[in-house]
Design a protein around this ligand. Structure first.
Ligand code: THU
Length: 136
């Protein structure tokens, strides 16, 4: 699975976004160590706070299937599904990523024309509160 293929899966997942309140569609594609891809889209709710981001949907799908090891995630979003700028993961999603991934987990943040920036989790969430701290 190339990075580009993962990006295309995230773009495809964006089409399933349920976002009638923001009209901001987000897709994510999470690659496991054994090569399986779990996709997610944002799912909004009339009460707003039950809304979940695409990244967490992808992670929770994977965790619920007993996946434990993750390599990278591609994230893409845009108003009405039009990718005009990058959609970096929100703070809550960064914290969820740190629960299941190391500091070197890769995040492909998609820009226009299927281009992307590759960043590491440690750069998105420095000085993280991580499972290793409670394990001491
Ligand atoms: N959203 C995501 O799905 N992922 C992010 O990392 C940023 C925000 C969603 C939540 C909401 O449905 C919409 O984008 C607008 O905030």
């Amino acid at each position: 699975m190339t990075d580009k293929e993962l990006v295309l899966k995230a773009i495809d997942a964006m089409k399933n976004s349920y976002s009638p309140y923001s009209n901001f569609k987000v897709g994510a594609a999470l690659l496991t160590e054994n090569g399986t891809v779990y996709t997610g889209c944002n799912i909004e709710n009339v009460a707003f706070s039950p809304t979940v981001c695409a990244e967490r949907v992808a992670f929770f799908k994977a965790i619920s299937e007993n996946e434990k090891s993750f390599l990278k995630i591609a994230v893409v979003g845009g108003k009405n599904g039009i990718i005009s700028s990058s959609t970096p993961p929100c703070g809550v999603c960064r914290q969820v990523m740190r629960e299941f991934c190391s500091d070197d987990f890769e995040i492909l943040i998609v820009r226009e024309n299927e281009n992307y920036d590759k960043v590491l989790l440690k750069d998105l969430l420095p000085h993280s509160f991580k499972p290793e701290i409670l394990a001491k």
